[in-house]
Write a protein that binds this ligand. Structure first.
Ligand SMILES: [Zn+2]
Length: 479
């Protein structure tokens, strides 16, 4: 609920504070919908929510790197006086995003895909560009509100939207795509800022190729915002290449930095893909090796795992199961908190046991104008925590869905399977070639499976047929 209110507050702010200001980049007067103070406040409010949603990636050297480069670039930008923050978030998805007021985020997924510092710098400049050119306008409101009520691609029926993870709305702000014109301007600014801190901005164009290959491989499902509003990455590539050459002459940069080996050494050991330690789905079950539990996922339901919640929903969006940790220390207190939080009326509550664990079962209703929402919640004491598994649907559908809810709730139990408890994440490992050969031959020498060659070629920003010299560094994936 917290975030939902915040989004509504934001919408109001946009209407109330429309005013005219000079754009820091263009120097032209433009209609803006918020003051700089409001922009900063928006970022300050969104930042903890974004961090809570994705989690920060724990690697002090990498966080230091993005912050140093970010601050250096911000200082030569059009808005050097904002207080910027740069963070790497713990997401396998390939993306980078900016929030008004000076907040920039890169996923560990995109960090794994850069092949030198210059590619990174180009994207960093692009994101700073969204902030300095104030690409935050009223049209985004709709896209943002559209984020509400979405679980792993399932659109919930409107009455259930309030039960979707509220954080996804705050994150919606970060993941908005800007218009084509804004993206074009950010490309330009990215080139300018990267060149001004001595990087070869041509590499930014090279990175578009990686994005394009990645999006082709995933069938367009994981297209980051850089590409989403650009139907022609080829045109964008040519434009950025040309701009990069112009800016290099303009600032008289003789030896632009690329820093391939430096970058690769920095990301040696980076977690790649989903991190099973944060929970993973396999054979119809969800396993959490660190918290040591498992539960079945209803058949054909989609699952979304974020640091604060696991949410499941059927494809028709008519129900949700929310799995989370209660902040309470007793079962009855946990139940009271849920009743308050969702304004529910208790129908019944009973003590129960779930696979030997002490539990409390609560059935409660929320009366809405058009219909009644019925919830079934299991509060289960396990280890040092109280787990809260809440099934939500309309009172009409409740009897049909109750057995589905119970299938998950009553089968929550301790995870004992050693193989699953010890599941390790894949990592990017940097290897030095001891002999010359093609990229494909090199992968073979490092025992990479054939099935992964195409993915690995994209990760390296190369073709399998590329010939490499001895001494070249390449990325492989190891566990
Ligand atoms: Zn962008």
């Amino acid at each position: 609920m917290r975030n939902y209110k915040w989004i509504m507050g934001l919408a109001c702010a946009c209407f109330l504070f429309e005013s005219c200001a000079v754009n820091p980049v263009s120097g032209k007067k433009q209609v803006v919908f918020m003051s700089e103070a409001q922009e900063i406040a928006m970022g300050q409010q969104a930042d903890p929510e974004i961090v809570a949603y994705f989690g920060l990636y724990e690697d002090a050297a990498l966080q230091k790197f993005i912050n140093e480069k970010g601050q250096q670039m911000a200082a030569v930008s059009h808005r050097p006086n904002l207080k910027y923050e740069f963070k790497i978030v713990d997401s396998p998805v390939l993306n980078a995003f900016a929030v008004p007021g000076g907040y920039v985020y890169f996923t560990r997924g995109i960090m794994a895909h850069f092949n030198n510092e210059a590619e990174f710098a180009g994207v960093l400049g692009h994101e700073i560009g969204h902030i300095t050119a104030r690409h935050t306008v009223i049209q985004q409101r709709n896209a943002m509100l559209g984020q509400i009520g979405l679980i792993a691609g399932v659109v919930l029926v409107p009455e259930l939207a309030q039960f979707a993870e509220p954080l996804s709305a705050g994150v919606g702000l970060a993941l908005l795509s800007f218009g084509r014109e804004a993206e074009r301007q950010s490309d330009e600014l990215g080139v300018e800022y990267a060149t001004k801190i001595n990087y070869d901005a041509v590499e930014m164009a090279e990175f578009f190729k990686t994005l394009e290959r990645q999006s082709e491989k995933s069938g367009g499902s994981s297209v980051p915002e850089f590409l989403s509003t650009h139907p022609s990455p080829a045109g964008r590539y040519a434009t950025v290449k040309k701009l990069a050459e112009e800016w290099r002459l303009k600032v008289d940069l003789e030896n632009p930095k690329v820093n391939r080996n430096e970058y690769l050494k920095l990301i040696d050991g980076l977690v790649y893909g989903e991190d099973p330690r944060q929970g993973f789905q396999e054979d119809g079950k969800f396993y959490h090796p660190e918290l040591k539990f498992e539960f079945p996922v209803p058949t054909n339901w989609n699952l979304q795992n974020s640091p604060s919640m696991v949410q499941m929903a059927p494809k028709d969006g008519k129900a949700i199961i929310n799995f989370s940790l209660s902040q309470s220390t007793s079962l009855s207190d946990a139940a009271t908190k849920v009743l308050e939080q969702y304004k529910l009326e208790r129908i019944e509550s009973n003590a129960a046991t779930v696979n030997g664990l002490e539990a409390l079962v609560l059935v409660a209703d929320q009366k809405q104008e058009q219909l009644t929402i019925r919830t079934l919640t299991y509060f289960i004491k396990y280890g040092n925590y109280i787990y809260q598994i809440m099934g939500i649907t309309s009172a009409t559908d409740y009897n049909t869905l109750r057995p589905v809810f119970l299938g998950t709730m009553q089968n929550f139990k301790e995870l004992k399977d050693a193989e699953k408890l010890n599941r390790k994440p894949d990592r990017v490992k940097i290897k030095t070639l001891t002999q010359a050969g093609t990229l494909a031959e090199s992968f073979q020498r490092f025992n990479q499976p054939d099935s992964k060659f195409d993915e690995l070629a994209i990760l390296n920003g190369m073709l399998l047929s590329d010939r490499l010299q001895a001494g070249t560094l390449i990325k492989v994936i190891e566990r």
